[in-house]
Design a protein around this ligand. Structure first.
Ligand code: NDP
Length: 488
């Protein structure tokens, strides 16, 4: 069968790469080829940046509420195409179909929410220290924004960046993950159909080192919005020069289960948090800290439930866990099983590949883990979780915070004092009480601390991310007034 060939989108046209080179991509569940994609290079990025710079002048002049209205059209088109898009997403990355639908729904929600933010690009007014002088701030677009995204939520993550950036008046050069280029093409097709003018959104597919790095270094790009691995984020900071950089990086999230917790509820939370999306989430719960007295009961319950989870291609019925994204991911996840064993942790279940076709890995649970172990400290990005049993609340918090990351931490407890103490003491950008580490909603800020990055996407903070706040002084005294000098 002839493979479909997908193009890049630059200056309102679907084009081949400058070099005419292409790359192929397989479905990680079936190992069948998905399509042929353009292997962009620096020249393609330069063309995309030029187009985005040209388009900026007109786009940024359109009143923000009108820019928002185009996103309502985007939401409508996403809704109409939801089922097809979800199917295509699963065909590209194997994901469980219900989760693929969730991915599209998140983008619909974001488009609807952020469209309204076009009417709320609020600045502030305040008093001046001088008489007959007015002080305020207004929000300006930043310019051309380079959006570099990972593969695990190939429609939702681009929407968290591109939709708010557009409403704020920026133009875009978008580089998706090489593991999900087809979803990116479909996403941009929707924007095109919705009527986004030419040059406002540009898609360049191709490798991180070539296309990604050129976007990071290019002087025409005024902001980088990146989601991905910690090490890529560090390299981007080194190479970006003086431009705004926003980073959403990895994490090592935790679910704490105190001795007063509703154990059944916590168990459901761990199953979803640790094994949903095969653990391939920046918010995955790859650590569980459980009160000593509950340890053996909890482990028994978890084992029983985990052993019933069904692995397979996300398009098939009754599947709980899809594949890992590629062979390298399978090898990486398995290397952590070996590390865990060598460190002396006890492998309760899993620890190996499932089947020989597709990159499936069994839900893997380690127990008797100590906080210093690498399987407790490092991001694995697979269906592996590590259990540490704690003596008390303080020890749980200390272990939770012992990692270099801080994105999404959770605690199950009925003790209101401990719940509030946890909100205060947990070192993470997001805290859940009696809910798992997964469950972010688009109208609240999302982002981490420590090595999980520093940006805040979503919510009202999305507007802050994608605008410059300009300070304006208006002196209506008719005379020269000197701040800090005219003291009377
Ligand atoms: P990577 O960092 O490997 O890749 C992310 C994107 O960066 C891809 O488009 C990639 O391109 C590109 N890239 C790679 N190298 C460079 C470079 N030198 N310069 C510029 N761009 C580059 O991450 P993954 O795709 O593997 O995603 C998994 C990671 O993302 C995990 O660490 C996860 O925790 C994190 N993540 C964080 C989220 C958050 O919101 N905090 C949400 C989701 C994931 P290419 O694919 O061509 O290599």
């Amino acid at each position: 069968m002839k493979l479909p060939v997908f193009k890049m989108y630059i200056d309102g046209k679907w084009v081949n790469s400058h070099s005419e080179e292409t790359f192929q991509k397989i479905n990680p569940a079936t190992e069948k080829l998905v399509g042929v994609f353009q292997k962009g290079n620096k020249e393609d990025v330069k063309k995309a940046v030029n187009a985005a710079e040209r388009a900026f002048e007109k786009w940024s002049e359109i009143p923000a509420p009108k820019r928002g209205k185009i996103l309502l059209k985007v939401a409508q088109l996403l809704e109409q195409n939801k089922e097809n898009l979800a199917k295509e997403l699963t065909e590209e990355m194997g994901k469980v179909l219900a989760e693929a639908r969730g991915d599209i729904q998140e983008a619909i929600d974001m488009a609807e929410y952020i469209a309204g933010e076009g009417r709320r690009l609020f600045g502030r007014t305040t008093t001046s220290e001088l008489k007959d002088k007015f002080a305020m701030t207004v929000r300006d677009p930043i310019g051309v924004v380079g959006c570099i995204t990972p593969w695990n939520f190939p429609i939702a993550i681009p929407s968290w960046k591109i939709f708010p950036a557009l409403v704020c008046g920026n133009t875009i050069v978008f580089k998706p993950s090489s593991d999900t280029p087809r979803c990116a093409v479909k996403f941009v097709e929707i924007l095109e159909k919705a009527g986004i003018p030419k040059g406002v959104i540009n898609l360049v597919t191709g490798g991180g080192n070539e296309v990604g790095m050129e976007i990071v270094r290019n002087k025409g790009i005024r902001m980088i919005s990146f989601t991905g691995h910690r090490d890529t984020g560090k390299e981007i900071l080194r190479q970006a020069g003086i431009k705004k950089v926003s980073l959403e990086l990895g994490s090592k999230n935790v679910i704490i289960i105190m001795d007063d917790a509703d154990l059944n509820l916590a168990l459901e939370g761990v199953l979803w948090g640790a094994f949903g999306t095969a653990g391939q989430r920046c918010t995955a719960a790859s650590r569980v800290i459980v009160a000593k007295d509950l340890k053996s009961k909890f482990e028994k319950m978890l084992l029983e439930k985990a052993s019933k989870l069904k692995l397979g291609y996300g398009l098939n019925k009754g599947i709980d866990i899809g594949p890992l994204i590629n062979k390298a991911a399978l090898e990486k996840v398995h290397s952590y099983t070996e590390i865990g064993k060598k460190e002396g942790a006890k492998l309760l279940t899993g620890g190996k590949r499932s089947g020989t076709k597709g990159f499936f890995y069994l839900p893997t649970i380690f127990t008797d883990v100590s906080p210093y172990m690498r399987i407790f400290q490092e991001e694995i990005f697979g269906p592996t979780t590590a259990i540490f049993s704690c003596k008390n609340f303080d020890e749980a918090i200390e272990a939770a915070n012992s990692v270099e990351y801080g994105l999404s931490f959770s605690i199950y407890t009925k003790n209101i004092n401990n719940a509030f103490k946890a909100i205060k003491k947990l070192q993470s950008g997001i805290v859940y009480i009696n809910a798992p580490t997964i469950g972010a909603e688009i109208h609240l800020p999302f982002g981490g601390i420590k090595n999980s990055g520093f940006s805040r996407e979503g919510g009202w903070t999305a507007i802050e991310e994608f605008t410059n706040e300009k300070t304006v002084y208006i002196d209506f005294s008719g005379k020269l007034q000197k701040a800090q000098i005219d003291l009377d």
